[in-house]
Each structure stands twice: as structure tokens, then as C-alpha cells.
Design a protein around this ligand. Structure first.
Ligand code: C5P
Length: 234
């Protein structure tokens, strides 16, 4: 990975196949963004596709949200690290032992990517938490899992920008907050309900912004990326 700077925008490559993803990537500038590969694209295009991206100048966040027994997650994290990714993630609800095993696996890999955790999926609400037997208030559960993530030695969490301020206050500055649900001023909300502008998200304490459709669906993706970058630095 030849990236020497630290772009804050992570473009979500939510595509069904490698060709569509490459078509977009060829229009983007690695000085302005990193790339996120999630379950759909990884399952369709495979590890060779991820390696191809990591050999380019783009940093890659492999968003596979591993959640399994500690040994299995550790092995999966080693395999992901071998692909040369910049960041990968697990589910914090896999517990302390699972996260520590994952962290040990990435730290013993020469590539040593950032390891972050998902706390509570934003698709869940209090009712769906209760249905799986968790009766703690949702915001408290997020904070508990983020604290556990930090205690396990991971580098950060995925969270809503709306949670970023309180997490930043509690967990300190040396903890990475990766926030989706970002919409530039005047952009369509799509199916996101709780949205924050890029500049506001950074001011609330976000470290990195995951942005998909405002860039991937734009008539000119590079212009959209440049405009968001400018909005962040204004
Ligand atoms: O297109 P959009 O900007 O809404 O894409 C956001 C990306 O962030 C998608 O890849 C989505 O799966 C992901 N994401 C999210 N909300 C979360 C976690 C991940 O939107 N809580």
C-alpha cells in the first residue's frame, strides 16, 4: 500500500461484482479516499479482488464483521491481514476472548492492519435487542461494548456519528471511530434515517467517514468525492 497520507473518507464499494467496483475505483483518487469491501462484494469477487485493490494505492477496509469462536476469528483475521488490508473488523458481542485473539492475530502479522469492532448494528433498535435477550438500554449497550473493545486492545469501533461525541468523551482521543450514515449537505438520505454531514461528523469526533451512494451513484464520482473532501476541510 503506497498511501502515505491519511484520507478520512472511506468509499463503500457496495457492488455485486468486481467489474462494477473497478469501474468506480478507476475514477477515484487514493489521495482523497480509502475503499470499503463488504460481504456482498467479497463473497462475489473473492480475496484475489481484495489483493488487487490493496496492491493499488488505495487503503482497503475489509468489512466482514467476523463473529465466531476465538480460534476461528483469529485465523480469519490472519488470512485477512495477509491480503494487505488497512483495516478489518469483528463483532464486539463475540466477547473479550474473541477480540483479544483477533488482535493478537493481526498484531503478529507483518501487515498489522487496524482492527475495529461493530458494537450494535444500526439496523437494531431497543425492541430487536430485547428480542435477543438484551434488556440493557441501547445507548448503554453500545457504550459497554465499545468499552469492552477498548479493554481488549482493539483500535476502535464502527458507530453512528451521533454516538461519536459521547464515545470520544468516554474512550479518549486515541480510539478510532468509524462512522457511516454520512450525507453531504443537500444529498439524498437514501435509506439512512439518522444522517450527519461530513464536517459535523468530524467535529463530533469521527476518525473516518464511510460514504457510499453520495459518491458511487454520482454522475461524476470524483467530483462528488472532491466536493465532500472540500466540505470536510472548509
Ligand atoms: O450508501 P451509504 O453511504 O448509505 O453506505 C453506507 C455504507 O456503510 C454501506 O456499506 C453500509 O452497509 C454501511 N453501514 C451503514 N450503517 C452501519 C454500518 C455500516 O450504513 N451501521
Amino acid at each position: 500500500m503506497a498511501q502515505t497520507h491519511d484520507p478520512k473518507i472511506i468509499v463503500a464499494l457496495d457492488y455485486a461484482d468486481a467489474d462494477s467496483a473497478f469501474k468506480l475505483v478507476s475514477q477515484l483518487d487514493p489521495n482523497l479516499c480509502r475503499l470499503k469491501v463488504g460481504k456482498e462484494l467479497f463473497t462475489a469477487a473473492g480475496p484475489q479482488f481484495v489483493e488487487k485493490l490493496t496492491r493499488s494505492d488505495f487503503g482497503v477496509f475489509l468489512d466482514l464483521k467476523f463473529h465466531d469462536i476465538p480460534n476461528t476469528v483469529a485465523k480469519a483475521c490472519s488470512a485477512a491481514s495477509n491480503l494487505g488490508v488497512w483495516m478489518l473488523n469483528v463483532h464486539a458481542s463475540g466477547g473479550m476472548e474473541m477480540m483479544q485473539a483477533a488482535k493478537q492475530a493481526v498484531d503478529s502479522n507483518s501487515n498489522n492492519p487496524l482492527l475495529i469492532a461493530v458494537t450494535v448494528l444500526t439496523s437494531m433498535n431497543q425492541q430487536t435487542l430485547n428480542q435477543i435477550g438484551i434488556h440493557t438500554e441501547l445507548a448503554t449497550h453500545v457504550l459497554n461494548l465499545a468499552t469492552l473493545t477498548q479493554q481488549a486492545g482493539l483500535d476502535g469501533v464502527v458507530c453512528s456519528a451521533m454516538e461519536a461525541k459521547s464515545l470520544r468523551t468516554t474512550l479518549g482521543n486515541d480510539f478510532c471511530l468509524v462512522t457511516p450514515g454520512i450525507r453531504p449537505t443537500n444529498a439524498s438520505k437514501d435509506d439512512q434515517s439518522r444522517i450527519v454531514t461530513p464536517k459535523d461528523a468530524l467535529e463530533l469526533g469521527s476518525s473516518y467517514l464511510v460514504i457510499g451512494r453520495p459518491i458511487t451513484q454520482a454522475a461524476n464520482p470524483l467530483a462528488a468525492l472532491e466536493a465532500i473532501h472540500a466540505e470536510c476541510t472548509a
